[in-house]
Design a protein around this ligand. Structure first.
Ligand SMILES: O=C(O)CCC(=O)C(=O)O
Ligand SMILES: [Fe+2]
Length: 317
């Protein structure tokens, strides 16, 4: 685990396996005032006020088209639950190496996998992060042994699934489809949901190492929350932009299967996680997708003109 490596005394440089870039990774820009990362207020949708609801629908459509991601605020997931989840992840990563080994898993389809590094893209280069990945829907595979953690995660993931399905109703409408089109065709009742916790320890040479290299996610929408330490960057108009942690918000990004379904109208957001030399960062990414036996293809309603032939998307991570 990179956590124990980072904690070993007198580590002043990274082992060469962790050198992702020999020249320092260029710093990202902060989002700028005239083009900020969209902030979407969920309470507008639930307000019962038609003007506010149509503002929500428009804001969401614009964010999906122009950014492929947005910060969701006032989403109703209690602040103490969000905090408790981060604390529970921290406690988990603080278990001994031997205790964690029990949850290692071997195969990518194992429902519980704990480990370090791993990337589909950057062969032989190790990533400066440890992870815990658990399939939480349609079966909830959290180990019973992690009692408190498992109960919190059950509640947390359930609430995210509800929000996810609500957002997809609006996204369906914004794409010109029936409200329940995505719900039905993607069989969201049995949708796949993956819980992924990432831990990025302080790194003595953060500009040369990487937490997670640029990638887009599988699924339809990913929900991300983190402790107070930044590190997520998204690609926007050819630039890397820092996503600043908003207190109690979820950062939500479009993932590959929504790009396919929308026939490329919405693009899955390319993002990466950089590391720092000051403090440990913890993030929780919840990937929400169709049921595993759904075959995802562009909606026929959106493949209807020469300018929008069916799109092909390849993304291996
Ligand atoms: O830690 C982060 O901010 C990004 C995590 C991520 O991209 C992932 O788990 O797919
Ligand atoms: Fe990701």
């Amino acid at each position: 685990m990179v956590k124990s490596l980072a904690e070993s005394a007198a580590l002043t440089s990274i082992p060469s396996d962790y050198t992702y870039s020999t020249k320092p990774i260029e710093p990202a820009t902060s989002d700028i005032e005239d083009d900020p990362i969209p902030i979407i207020d969920f309470s507008l949708l639930t307000s019962g006020n038609p003007d506010q609801q149509s503002k929500f629908i428009q804001d969401l459509g614009k964010a999906c088209e122009e950014w492929g991601g947005f910060m969701l605020i006032n989403h109703g997931v209690p602040e103490n639950l969000m905090k408790a989840m981060i604390e529970a992840c921290k406690d988990f990563f603080n278990l001994t190496e031997e205790e964690k080994r029990e949850f290692a898993g071997k195969h990518v389809f194992d429902p519980i996998r704990c480990g370090t590094s791993v990337s589909g893209r950057v062969d032989k280069i190790l990533l400066w992060r440890d992870f815990l990945k658990i399939i939480v829907h349609p079966e909830f595979n959290f180990p019973y042994k992690l009692t408190g953690f498992s109960e919190l995660a059950l509640e947390f993931c359930k609430r995210i699934r509800i929000l996810f399905r609500e957002l997809l109703k609006i996204i369906s409408k914004n794409l010109g489809l029936e409200e329940c089109y995505i719900e039905k065709t993607m069989d969201l009742e049995s949708g796949f949901q993956l819980f992924a916790a990432n831990l990025y320890p302080p790194c003595p040479q953060p500009e040369l190492a990487i937490g997670i290299p640029p990638h887009s996610d599988h699924g339809l929408l990913t929900f991300l929350t983190q402790n107070e330490i930044g590190g997520l960057q998204v690609q926007h108009n050819g630039k890397w932009v820092n996503v600043n942690a908003l207190h109690n918000g979820f950062f939500i990004n479009i993932a590959d299967q929504l790009e396919i379904l929308s026939n490329g109208k919405y693009k899955s957001l390319v993002h990466r996680a950089v590391v720092n030399n000051k403090a440990t960062r913890i993030s929780i990414a919840i990937a929400n997708g169709p049921s595993l036996d759904t075959i995802v293809s562009p909606s026929v309603e959106l493949v209807n003109s020469e300018s929008h032939p069916g799109c092909v998307h390849s993304n291996e991570i």
